[in-house]
Each structure stands twice: as structure tokens, then as C-alpha cells.
Write a protein that binds this ligand. Structure first.
Ligand SMILES: C[S@@+](CC[C@H](N)C(=O)[O-])C[C@H]1O[C@@H](n2cnc3c(N)ncnc32)[C@H](O)[C@@H]1O
Length: 371
């Protein structure tokens, strides 16, 4: 079920126990749903369902870097999230007691992490990014230890990275993270620290060989680990109300059309009336219906199916973190050197928090301090 969004699967049904578990989720109140999603637990679910959640929890249980003291650095133009990420990465590298003589910060944006690396590791390095404007503005608050360069990851000449160099890639989207891992492999660099994100932006099947992970599954892997609130769930349900009821109507009216699930509307379409949303959908699909349905009529006809799909969606979300960990491990397994995977950021602050850390054989390393 994780391969396809539930609306694409509709009106087909899932095999047991999926339908049964979804039925159980329907009876939970908002608070219970939030607890289920954030902690993979709910006493009111059947034993077999709770068992499944327990196994999922075991699968996603990774070492978590504990809260760190803030390293004194300038915070100019840094959001609290970026500040947290920079601080935790620097703390992590300090704990590894590595002593690179140079670093390469891929897709380093404005160079916030690069400047931190140069201060904390007391070494020079390069901040590379494909965006010329970012690199130009980064020059405005450059430091003499960091060189800024417009450079696409895919065009990087890996022979530039030498023995005792560190490669870092923080939140490099889609296929950029596997590309950094490949550069690490083909270079002499000694250490790698890489945190991926936006898995769905990688349309290749790399590094999987005999299996395929769909676009929908990669979307799921990218979005699930941020803790949700009741308000978040209610907003999501409002969006799905419009999306799903339009889809029910569309497939009833045009059973022979190919399935075209509409997405990516700006938020104001979901905050306005269903009438407006409906008109925009018809415009996009070039439809000219004689009558416009009332949402209340559709709710009468399809209310039960709507609740079923919402619960199936909640069930599907539980696959998010295992999928993300699986994709990360598969990428890391392409490395010849040993690697570890850690949760480096607090998921409340930065949900894409899986770091691959690797060092090549023969490079000395002291122990780290994990909670
Ligand atoms: C999500 S941001 C991460 C930025 C930075 N590492 C951070 O965590 O703040 C992605 C960055 O990748 C850069 N980027 C996108 N495609 C790139 C490519 N092909 N090569 C190098 N950088 C790229 C963008 O310009 C952007 O700065």
C-alpha cells in the first residue's frame, strides 16, 4: 500500500488486515490519531495492529544525537532550524574527533555550515553551490578560510578531494545525495557526512536493483517524520475533503477517462469554497459540466468512502519513516567503507534528520558520545 497513494487505488479495496485496521482507525478521536502518528501507539487498537506498530517502532529505532550546547557562532540570516542543524552537525563532527585538512561543502547555499566548519574544525574549505546568486551573496559575508564557487554537484571533479579531506552535503535533494556518495567513493577523501532530503526528486531507481520504489513512496518517505498536531491533521483533512470529493464526482461522470488525480493547488483554493475549487479543477481538466454538484450531496453519497480513505491514509503514513531509513541504507550500502546512520537533528525542529557518516579504512577515529 505504501507504493501508491490511496486515492489512486480507489475504488479498489485492500487485502486484510489493511481494511480492518483502517476501520479501527476511524473510531479514534483527533488526539488519539495524533498520538498514533507521532508515537506509533494506541491502546484502543487490536493486538495484531499494535504488534505491527511495535515492530515498526523497532525498525525505526536509531541512535539519536542528544541535545547539544550551542557553539558560539554568528547567527546572521540564520533561521532557528538552520541554526539547530548547523550546531548539531558541528557537534557531531567534534565528537568524532576528526581532523580534516580541508572540507568540501556540497550545495552549501549561503555558506552558513561552511563558515561553522572552518571555525570549529579550524580548517579551510570550499562551499559549492549551483546557484550563482547564492554564491554571490555568500561572498558578502565571506571568511578568509572559505572559498565560494559556483559548481554543480554532478560536474564536480572528484580528484580535487584528497586524503584527509571531509565531504559534507546537508539536505541535498533527490539524486544529489547519491552523487555525493559516488564522489566520496571515487575520490581520496577520508570522511563523508551526508543528510538527504526530497527523495521524490530522484526519478532514477538508483541504488535499488531488483525492486522499484515509486514516486508516491518517495514522497511518503520525505514527508512523514515531523510530529503532527490536531490542527495539522484537521488542515490535511480539509484539503482531502476537496480533493477526494472532486475525484469521486469526476470518476462517476467520466468513468472512461484515464485517472487524473489533481494535486498541487495553492492553499487558498482549499480555504475558499468548494464551488471555486470545483471550477478550477474543471478548468485544469478542460471539462464543461452542465451542473455543478453540491459538496453536501457528494458527502451524502460518498461520505463512507471518504472516511475509509482518510483512515487508509493514516495507516499508510506509518510506512513513511521505515521507507526513508530503507532508502538511506540502500544508498549507503553502495559505499565500500563502513558507515553509520544517525538521527542528527531533533525531529520537532528538522524532520529530515538521517545522516550517513563514513570514514575510509586507515583513518584514525575516536569514539563518539551518543545518548
Ligand atoms: C535544500 S538546499 C540545501 C542548502 C544547504 N546545504 C543547507 O542545508 O542550508 C539545496 C541547495 O542545493 C543547491 N543545488 C540545487 N541543485 C544543485 C546542483 N545540481 N549542484 C549543486 N547545488 C545544487 C541549491 O542552490 C540549494 O542551495
Amino acid at each position: 500500500m505504501w507504493q501508491t497513494e490511496v486515492l489512486y487505488h480507489w475504488p479498489n479495496r485492500y487485502c486484510e488486515p489493511i481494511e480492518n485496521w483502517a476501520m479501527q482507525l476511524r473510531s479514534l478521536n483527533w488526539q488519539e490519531k495524533v498520538h498514533y502518528l507521532n508515537h506509533y501507539q494506541c491502546d484502543r487498537l487490536s493486538d495484531d495492529f499494535q504488534n505491527h506498530l511495535q515492530k515498526t517502532l523497532q525498525l525505526i529505532d536509531l541512535d539519536q544525537l542528544s541535545m547539544q550546547d550551542e557553539i558560539a557562532l554568528d547567527h546572521y540570516r540564520l533561521t532557528p532550524k538552520k541554526r539547530h542543524e548547523r550546531n548539531h552537525i558541528l557537534n557531531f563532527l567534534q565528537q568524532q574527533q576528526i581532523q580534516p585538512c580541508y572540507f568540501w561543502d556540497f550545495a552549501g547555499g549561503m555558506g552558513h555550515l561552511s563558515r561553522g566548519l572552518s571555525k570549529v574544525l579550524q580548517t579551510a574549505g570550499h562551499c559549492l553551490d549551483a546557484d550563482e546568486n547564492l554564491i554571490t551573496s555568500a561572498h558578502d559575508f565571506a571568511n578568509e578560510q572559505v572559498e565560494f564557487e559556483v559548481q554543480k554537484i554532478e560536474d564536480f571533479d572528484a580528484t580535487r578531494a584528497k586524503n584527509n579531506h571531509l565531504m559534507v552535503g546537508l539536505h541535498c535533494c533527490g539524486e544529489l545525495t547519491p552523487q555525493i556518495l559516488q564522489h566520496f567513493e571515487s575520490s581520496e577523501a577520508s570522511w563523508l557526512l551526508s543528510v538527504g532530503c526530497c527523495y521524490f526528486k530522484d526519478s532514477s531507481n538508483y541504488p535499488l536493483e531488483n525492486e522499484h520504489i515509486s514516486f508516491h513512496a518517495k514522497m511518503l518517505a520525505a514527508k512523514g517524520f515531523r510530529p503532527v498536531s490536531v490542527q495539522d491533521l484537521q488542515t490535511r483533512e480539509q484539503v482531502k475533503t476537496y480533493r477526494y470529493y472532486f475525484e469521486f464526482w469526476y470518476r462517476e461522470q467520466f468513468p472512461h477517462h484515464p485517472v487524473t488525480v489533481l494535486k498541487s493547488f495553492l492553499p487558498h483554493f482549499y480555504q475558499g469554497s468548494f464551488d471555486q475549487y470545483f471550477k478550477e479543477c474543471c478548468r485544469r481538466l478542460n471539462l464543461h459540466p452542465k451542473d455543478q454538484p453540491l459538496l453536501s450531496e457528494l458527502q451524502q453519497r460518498y461520505g463512507d468512502e471518504f472516511s475509509r480513505l482518510i483512515s487508509l491514509g493514516l495507516l499508510r503514513e506509518i510506512f513513511s519513516r521505515p521507507l526513508e531509513i530503507y532508502l538511506t541504507i540502500q544508498r549507503a550500502l553502495k559505499l565500500k567503507s563502513d558507515f553509520q546512520i544517525y538521527q542528527v537533528f531533533d525531529r520537532q525542529i528538522s524532520q529530515r534528520n538521517l545522516a550517513i557518516f563514513s570514514q575510509k579504512d586507515g583513518v584514525p577515529n575516536d569514539s563518539s558520545d551518543w545518548s
